[in-house]
Design a protein around this ligand. Sequence first.
Ligand SMILES: [Zn+2]
Length: 275
Amino acid sequence: MWIDTHCHLDAPEFDADRDAVRQQARHAGVGLCVLPAVQRAHWAGVQALAAQHGDAYALGIHPLYVPQAQDDDLQALDAALSEARDDPRLVAVGEIGLDFFVPALCTPDLRERQWHFYVAQLKLARKHGLPVILHVRRSADALLKGLRQIPVSGGIAHAFNGSAQQAQTFIDLGFALGFGGAMTFERATALRALAQSLPLQSLVLETDAPDIPPQWIYRTAEARASGLAQGRNTPAELPRLAQVLAELRGLDVQALAQATSGNARRVLPGLERLT
Ligand SMILES: [Zn+2]
């Protein structure tokens, strides 16, 4: 059985056929999805979706949603985590982190505000005894600095895209690294080298659907201009992503399923209750 450790099933891209999308993934062998929330308005939605489909969820405020977030969202998150204490489907605080790629988020004020929300949510993860799901974009060193100041019980560095040394530091702090669509592009040589060389016990698989479409779905701007629609990434792509990783590592795909699912349960221990 496959575990998609990062899927935004609550995204508007799935409004028309959300149940069918989840069903299709199940038929493809994806037994469990982790649904990270991106903002306060989505917390109840991911909780309901996880309950409906037998999946897991995380609650948090994503760095891309920090500009709209209110200070009292952090108190609300604290309360929501307390309320969900006995909900076996709550497995992490997430998606949290820092994005230093999107130019609009890189003004001094917004860098500061992202840091404020990141650190505050690390403290909540500690308080509630939960791992975290991290958004890493040009921000690995800053994220690691936060983790050294406020150690948490590990989690996942999702869509990992840093250096081998940064990867090792996350691993030393109890994290697994999430691999998905980005590694399917041949030009992603550094990322593919990491996917090949990192210890197998540090890898988890994720689609990040509907974001980060794999190479076989992605349409270039040119192709789109000529009338081809951008394909939609869904959790049903997970086994094919796994096939790419298995080939990169010269591994049997069943062995990879077993290893990556075991890794997911180790870094998000709440998943044990669901599988
Ligand atoms: Zn995400």
